[in-house]
Write a protein that binds this ligand. Structure first.
Ligand SMILES: [Fe+2]
Length: 466
């Protein structure tokens, strides 16, 4: 990627910003009353150490608060043990995704027992019941105050050690949340748990070599677990002297395994090994007459994780691989999974109108980051994919790198795409960032709201209505 994009987007620490009113025009809809919060890395330099990977950075929250046509902005490092150690001690003391603290002999074992993996919940956000959480890929959820962005602290489950890894994408059903936990041990398990005080176990399947898991599927009747052949020998997570993700290897000899679990019986009702592929994101999962269907952004292998190393992102000649949107129709009685490609657009960070269309078979639109061409060094446009017509419309601007687009329905919204897309864009030409509001139906610009500083490239955002 260009030097400027790398320097502004990744290769630095982001200053925190106290609450400030942003300059807006009359186009900001007055009906928008709520906060768009974006999670992601805010710190890649800890002491003398530069972190290795996009998924390593110490987490930071950026909040844009909408109130009757006015917009306030503030940002804060996510207050957690890993961030406090990084800022107070000026050194990395927790294991991040692809960076370990500088350890001596036996240091890794000692550190795992003393500190465990990072609690920097830098990936996603969720409202569960009346509580707001920052989420990462562990079971440590950081609760925060939506008004002040201050961390309230790590959520205390009644049983502290029910699993190590979790997906960053729980499914929200009314006031409840469900997530898929990976429990490493002599026998490894994927467990579906309700994320209540007891972290109630709903279902469990065993696996010999657990895979790296970022999301899972949930329809109205089923949970869907997909295990790519990017797997780990779990003992290595403690014993091998390597950062977390470096213990995972692509196993060329096997495919991707699918488990479908009935939510009533909590039993596996369908299991199949299909062609190998890697993925981060389920897009949607819904019941059908013959079983269950899930849509996913897929890759032929796990090389995409390699491309997110800062060493590769900073190379002006490298390009980023885009994911391919595929549909997997599971037919239980036939024992088959039919796979079809839904779009030619290369994408990542897909988003749907989750509240109204998750688990719905008639959903039609996916809003996603995509690439203007095969040589794009990073995601440089937003696409709206119509999976019924296979037509797509785009927003892009020279030198601009948008974040995940988040759909906000209009107050009387009836059509699926009647609403606004909100996304935070890094503009390398003007060395600034702006919040972009697009008409989700036409993908036409409504307005841009310029932030006080350029904001580093992050992961997921959510709009929380007041
Ligand atoms: Fe994600």
């Amino acid at each position: 990627m260009s030097r400027k994009l790398f320097e502004l987007g990744f290769d630095r620490n982001q200053p925190q910003t106290n609450r400030i009113a942003l300059k807006v025009d009359s186009q900001v809809p007055t009906w928008m009353s709520g906060s768009f919060i974006r999670n992601g890395p805010g710190m890649f330099y800890v002491g003398k150490q530069r972190l290795n990977h996009w998924f390593d950075g110490v987490g930071m929250l950026h909040k844009f608060e909408f109130d009757q046509g006015k917009v306030n902005y503030e940002s804060q490092l996510l207050d957690c043990s890993a961030a406090r150690a990084a800022t107070n001690e000026d050194r990395l003391t927790y294991s991040e995704f692809a960076t370990d603290p500088c350890w001596g002999l036996f240091g890794r074992m000692r550190s795992m027992f003393q500190h465990g993996p990072t609690d920097s919940a830098k990936v996603n956000l969720a409202k569960i019941g009346e509580q707001y959480f920052a989420l990462g890929e562990t079971t440590m959820q950081i609760e925060f105050d939506i008004d002040t962005l201050e961390s309230i602290g790590q959520y205390n489950f009644n049983q502290p050690k029910f699993g190590t890894s979790s997906t960053a994408h729980p499914h929200i059903v009314g006031q409840e949340a469900y997530n898929m936990i990976t429990k490493y041990g002599p026998v490894n398990h994927y467990q579906i748990r309700k994320m209540d005080k007891d972290a109630t176990k709903c279902a469990s399947v065993k696996t010999l070599f657990p895979s790296y898991m970022h999301s899972f599927g949930m329809s109205e009747r089923y949970y869907v677990i997909a295990e790519s052949p990017f797997t780990v020998q779990s003992l290595n997570l403690i014993a091998a002297n390597r950062p977390f993700i470096k213990n995972f290897k692509w196993n060329k000899k096997r495919g991707t395994r699918i488990w479908v679990i009935d939510q009533k019986s909590n039993q596996v009702v369908f299991k199949q090994e299909i062609q190998p592929f890697f993925f981060f994101h389920f897009v949607n999962t819904f019941d059908t007459e013959s079983g269950v269907t899930f849509d996913m952004v897929t890759y032929p292998d796990a090389e995409v994780i390699q491309s997110y190393y800062l060493e590769n992102l900073g190379n002006p000649d490298t390009s980023i691989p885009g994911g391919v949107l595929k549909r997997f129709d599971c037919n239980f009685s036939a024992g088959e999974v039919n796979i079809s490609q839904l779009s030619n657009v290369l994408m990542e960070l897909p988003h749907i109108d989750y509240d109204r269309y998750n688990a719905k078979s008639d959903y039609r639109y996916i809003y996603t980051l995509s690439l203007t061409n095969n040589n794009s060094s990073f995601y440089d446009q937003i696409a709206k994919i119509d999976i019924n017509t296979n037509k797509s419309i785009f927003w892009n601007q020279e030198g601009c790198f948008p974040g995940e687009p988040v759909f906000v329905p209009s107050p009387q919204s009836k059509a699926e795409d009647d609403g606004i897309l909100v996304t935070l864009v890094l503009d390398t030409t003007n060395e600034s960032s702006f919040l972009l509001l697009l008409d989700a139906s036409s993908m036409q610009e409504i307005t841009k709201i310029i932030a006080p500083d350029p904001i580093m490239i992050g992961f997921h955002g959510q709009y929380f209505k007041n």
